[in-house]
Write a protein that binds this ligand. Structure first.
Ligand code: SAM
Length: 286
């Protein structure tokens, strides 16, 4: 309860969650109800019901995904790489505890195995029970849950995966190493010769330094590096970025995208790589 009170304030009769991970910016959400609140050895996990964003997963006071816009992020980080690789059969997800990415990957019948390496089992348990809008109560037998550190897992793998999706939280706490060069080197080794990976590379508006660092790490390892964006209202700045590192495949090979989705369609797949001027300039020479 003490931890809940650290993040949720009562103002008059209302409950408010205030994210204040940035020194000069606070974002507050009016909350109807705290549905789940518990600490794991890694972080504090909450599921809240909010007025504007519906149910939300909150880790250490920071909103990760919501029932209103979680599908935008989860569809974009999954369907773009899976529409570039022509025959993805073995997929690794690092992080992704809300299960929304695994749920999207399960829409591909040619994918035979999905290893989901999430450090914190409590996130998965909470999302399966209280956030079915995102997790879909995932129970596909192709998903192999491994509750271990993704950094250590990646260091032990070689030539195994067609596609790797890094669905990490912000680069603090247990996720800090998920943005390091060493981690990307290990992921590169874990991929098959024609494999590709994608990571979320933060806000082009507020975290351009992180975005540029992820992009240049991948550009130093892969012959093909591509950045794409989507608008996710929950994340600071709205505009969010994803970076692909690919050994061989570069273009969307799908010509008639027909998965059941709410955000991604053929136009989005083809248009998401078009970058605004400031981002094109930021990537020059990386
Ligand atoms: N879509 C969200 C976003 O961009 O904010 C992130 C979703 S997901 C909830 C992030 C997950 O990464 C969390 O559940 C967290 O426990 C997990 N995570 C953080 N560090 C990790 C690590 N070293 N290994 C595996 N999973 C990790």
């Amino acid at each position: 309860m003490e931890k809940t009170a650290q993040y949720i304030q009562k103002i008059g009769n209302d409950l408010w969650l205030t994210e204040d991970e940035r020194q000069n910016l606070k974002i507050s959400y009016r909350v109807k109800e705290v549905l789940f609140s518990k600490s794991s050895p890694f972080q504090h996990v909450m599921i809240l019901d909010s007025y504007d964003f519906g149910r939300m997963l909150v880790l250490d006071g920071v909103v990760q995904t919501t029932s209103i816009d979680g599908h935008i992020y989860n569809e974009m980080i999954s369907h773009v790489p899976l529409s570039i690789h022509p025959n993805p059969q073995k997929v690794l997800i690092i992080g992704g505890g809300d299960c929304g990415v695994a749920r999207e990957v399960c829409k591909y019948p040619n994918v035979k195995e999905i290893d989901m390496v999430e450090i914190d089992e409590l996130v998965v348990k909470a999302c399966k029970e209280y956030l079915p809008e995102v997790s879909g109560n995932l129970s596909d037998p192709r998903v192999n849950f491994l509750f271990i550190d993704g950094v250590k897992y990646a260091a032990e793998k070689e030539n195994e995966y067609d596609v790797i999706i890094v669905d990490s939280s912000d680069p603090v706490g247990p996720a800090e190493q998920l943005f390091s060069k060493e981690f990307y080197v290990n992921l590169h080794r874990a991929l098959k010769e024609d494999g590709l990976m994608v990571c979320q590379s933060q806000s082009p508006i507020f975290h351009l330094d992180v975005l540029k660092q992820s992009y240049s790490h991948l550009a130093s390892l892969f012959p093909i590096t591509k950045l794409y964006t989507a608008v996710v209202p929950t994340y600071p700045g709205g505009m969010w970025s994803f970076t692909i590192g690919s050994n061989k495949y570069e273009n969307i090979h799908v010509s008639n995208f027909s998965k059941e989705t709410k955000y991604v369609n053929q136009d989005i797949l083809e248009g998401c790589f078009k970058l605004p001027e400031f981002l094109q300039n930021a990537l020059i020479d990386l």
